[in-house]
Design a protein around this ligand. Structure first.
Ligand code: TXA
Ligand code: MG
Length: 341
């Protein structure tokens, strides 16, 4: 298949281009579009064959459900039922934005969307192109991240092209995505709200609205996984990734001794610590004093190590506060080994 790649302005999206993309969706095709978190791979949520294609193209396991994207909170009733007061409060506060909420699904949602579950994950993205496309297509979009399953999510159109060119009808090409990590997935169906996947909306911000929230921990003992996406290795570069956890001074010392052993290892470092490593293969992911820069560059940096042909990446860890929780979640899932110092 020839993929149409169409450059589009993030601030003032050209309506003609949006119309073209909306037509593809209405005909049952797939369109990659930018959001504020990562690029998404969209299909008409009510079109079962189109949704099935998403799974084929991504090589995504069928039991891993996808997120439904709305243009506005007003459309929530089209896909969800039994909407609680608490979730409505959060939706009103954080939408459009990087928070995905889990609801009981409406019957008309194909089971592929929900990976066979009775629930559906929903969000309103904060990106003019995404919103214009959903509005014009006149249907909510089922859209996972636009990468091959298991790979780091695409934060730049080059990543999408690398993974999906020739497999989808259209790619809307805009600049790099602002946040760089996916939305926070929050489940409000139990007594205590649970973050199934930390992301762009911090736990601290959510707790300000609704009080204590717990973080879902996958342990090997749990057989039934609450969010099926949690059980697979994720966000992974081709290289092995060794994550070093501990106080910063110990992390630096450990990496300094490790590079003597792994001479060709790449080091994922921060602006503040770069100077401690003599290796040529140091990539700076961002600044510790502003963790949002780390979030924004993380996936692109992992892909960059692969481009350089690095076989082993030794990665520093980051404080787990605010967006740092999501950063560490992705690094742990990408890691083949974690060393505590
Ligand atoms: O920021 C984002 O969320 C991006 C952009 C494109 O919106 N999308 C994204 O989708 O990251 P995806 O498919 O890569 O991740 C969806 C996550 C998975 O961990 C999946 O298991 C979980 O949401 N999920 C989806 N539906 C669910 C459900 N009904 N119950 C529990 N978890 C669900
Ligand atoms: Mg994904």
């Amino acid at each position: 298949m020839k993929t149409k790649i169409i450059q589009i302005n993030s601030q003032r999206p050209d309506l003609k281009k949006i119309e073209l993309a909306a037509k593809v969706i209405q005909k049952g095709g797939l369109v990659v579009f930018p959001t504020e978190t990562v690029y998404g791979l969209g299909a008409n949520v009510f079109n079962q064959p189109a949704v099935k294609k998403i799974f084929q193209v991504k090589k995504r396991p069928l039991d891993n459900p996808v997120i439904v994207h709305l243009a506005s909170i007003k459309d929530l009733e089209k896909v969800a039922q039994k909407i609680s007061f608490q979730s409505l409060k959060l939706a009103k506060k954080f939408w459009p934005g990087p928070l995905t909420l889990i609801f009981k699904k409406k019957k008309n949602i194909p089971s592929e969307v929900s990976g066979g579950l009775e629930t559906v994950a929903v969000r309103v993205p904060k990106h003019k192109v995404a919103l214009a496309l959903i509005k014009k297509a006149k249907v909510p979009l089922a859209a996972p991240s636009a990468n091959l399953a298991g790979r780091p999510s695409p934060t730049k159109v080059e990543h999408v092209i690398e993974d999906l060119e020739g497999k989808v009808e259209m790619i809307l090409k805009a600049g790099p995505t602002k946040i760089g990590l996916e939305s926070t997935v929050l489940d409000l169906s139990d007594k205590k709200p649970v973050i199934l996947r930390p992301g762009g909306t911090s736990r601290e911000k959510i707790e300000k609205e609704i009080g204590p929230v717990s973080i879902y921990q996958v342990t090997k003992k749990i057989k039934r996984v609450k969010s099926p996406g949690l059980k697979y290795r994720h966000y992974a570069p081709k290289a092995k990734l060794i994550l070093i956890i501990g106080s910063l001074s110990k992390i630096v010392k450990k990496i300094q001794t490790m590079v003597r052993r792994y001479k060709k290892a790449g080091i994922l470092a921060s602006q503040e610590t770069k100077k401690f490593y003599p290796s040529k293969l140091v990539l700076v992911v961002g600044a510790r004093k502003n963790l949002r820069t780390v979030a924004k560059n993380l996936f692109a940096t992992l892909r960059k190590f692969d481009e350089k042909g690095v076989k082993v990446i030794i990665a520093e860890s980051f404080p787990q506060k605010e967006i740092g929780l999501a950063i560490m979640n992705r690094l742990k899932k990408a890691a083949t080994k974690i060393i505590k110092v």
